[in-house]
Design a protein around this ligand. Structure first.
Ligand SMILES: [Zn+2]
Length: 470
């Protein structure tokens, strides 16, 4: 089955077409955090959707080359540093570190590169791009000293956000990085220095100043991934003006189509309303950790709603995630102990009526996580039933565990501390199972003591044995 992904540009699901199909190489750019605060749940929803995309592509043997930028200079970071009376770099460093720590907690697979906007080579690339845009008459320096992109010079402007310039009149110029579609205007590429910027300034052919947010991503994406990339992701908030501007900047410089397929993750709501600091429902990942939730519980809660459906984040939802994970853990522990009775592994494609490949097939369909999880829970139910009725062999349980391992490469939901049962204990356990089946209770008890001496407690259930480290 060919992977189908929803393209924001065409508003349709499309087969994944790559620039380099032979090598199965996927050039993927994902907009990263603005490091002026701890990343919040809405941010992490987008990063988790991108993580699922990357992991599934890798499960399908694609070679993913992902870049995620760090916006460490913009209106918000400068304001934050000034408020605290510290240097911009010192201010943003704290949030960069926190971001990477949170990514680890949430089990996000690292990108190949995390370029920061203020890296000298990136500033140089931005200046070069702006110079090129001016030369090609797509940009101009205004009386205020700043350089703006002339949106009427690019016929395709508005194609991503579906804004029609013939219907909507541009309203002059806009300095701010973020604005609504109704305020469509020439946007800033280079912002001339003002006293509010303090010591945050770089020299350029247009005088001292700093880059606009949009040019940062265009320059870093093309510098690290090339003029054309396969996939570009972000949250729906990024579509306009950020990604619209990225397309305009890149395509005017290179004359080539910038991105093959655009993917955007829907909003996150908290308890039914928009997350905001004033409403008191604003959560960062670390706040929830401090309240006793684990990274994988949060991962499950944010990952398991399809990325194009708005996610209503609730405490009940987190509680349900905890229960779902407990169910998965109990099942995988049971499988492990059962499989330990026989070290041979028998792989198979169908478990009763369930096709095991359907987990991955579901994700091929625009990352249909709900259908993929339905396959997982069907497998859990069916394999539990087969073990209960003695219709599953330990070797088949071993095969199922291999399938779970592949599934978990995509989901990353394993327990925080994974317990490995030593081979010696596995053998004793198998011997004890045989003794039990032969109703040789004294031998069974003797083996129980021997296993206990090695630090494992056995819990007998109706049909099998479970091991718990003491
Ligand atoms: Zn970006």
């Amino acid at each position: 089955m060919v992977m189908q992904l929803h393209n924001t540009l065409t508003r349709q699901k499309e087969p994944l077409r790559l620039l380099d199909p032979q090598q199965k190489k996927v050039r993927l750019y994902t907009c990263g955090p603005t490091v002026y605060d701890f990343a919040h749940l809405g941010n992490f929803r987008a990063y988790l959707f991108e993580d699922l995309l990357q992991r599934h592509l890798e499960a399908r043997s694609y070679d993913v080359d992902r870049v995620m930028n760090l916006t460490d200079v913009d209106d918000k970071t400068i304001r934050g540093a000034r408020t605290q009376g510290i240097k911009l770099a010192e201010f943003t460093q704290r949030y960069k570190e926190a971001f990477f720590a949170d990514c680890k907690t949430l089990r996000l697979r690292p990108a190949r590169a995390y370029p920061a906007a203020t890296d000298p080579e990136n500033i140089a690339a931005m200046i070069e791009m702006i110079r090129d845009l001016i030369e090609k008459k797509h940009a101009y320096q205004a009386e205020d000293g700043s350089v703006y992109f002339r949106i009427t010079s690019f016929a395709d402007y508005g194609k991503l956000a579906h804004v029609d310039l013939t219907e909507q009149r541009p309203s002059g110029r806009v300095q701010s990085d973020e604005y609504e579609k109704e305020q469509i205007a020439d946007f800033a590429l280079w912002k001339a220095w003002t006293p509010d910027d303090g010591d945050v300034r770089w020299e350029s052919p247009w005088g001292a100043g700093r880059p606009g947010w949009h040019i940062e991503c265009s320059a870093m994406a093309t510098r690290l991934l090339g003029n054309q990339i396969d996939l570009h992701c972000g949250g729906v908030d990024n579509i306009f003006p950020h990604h619209e501007a990225e397309i305009a900047q890149c395509e005017c410089v290179t004359g080539k189509k910038f991105v093959g397929l655009w993917m955007h993750c829907a909003h996150l709501m908290v308890e039914g309303s928009k997350m905001s600091k004033s409403a008191g429902n604003f959560y960062t990942a670390r706040e929830l950790m401090n309240r006793g939730w684990s990274g994988r519980e949060l991962r499950y809660a944010l990952l398991t709603v399809h990325y194009r459906i708005p996610l209503n984040f609730t405490m009940e939802g987190l509680e349900a995630s905890r229960q779902a994970l407990a169910r998965i853990d109990t099942w995988s522990e049971r499988l492990q102990e059962f499989a330990a009775m026989d070290t041979s592994i028998q792989t198979f494609e169908k478990l009763g009526p369930i096709d095991l490949g359907d987990f991955f097939n579901a994700l091929d369909d625009d990352l249909n996580i709900s259908a993929a999880l339905a396959v997982l829970f069907d497998v859990i139910r069916e394999s539990n039933r087969l073990i209960d009725t003695k219709k599953l062999s330990p070797a088949e349980a071993g095969g199922l565990l291999q399938w779970w391992k592949k599934v978990n490469e995509v989901l990353a939901l394993e327990p925080d501390v994974s317990v490995t049962i030593p081979d010696e204990v596995k053998m004793l356990l198998a011997a004890r199972q045989a003794a039990r089946e032969a109703k040789n209770w004294s031998e069974s008890d003797r083996l129980r003591d021997e296993i206990a001496a090695l630090g494992w407690q056995i819990k007998d259930t109706k049909n099998d044995q479970r091991l718990v480290p003491v």
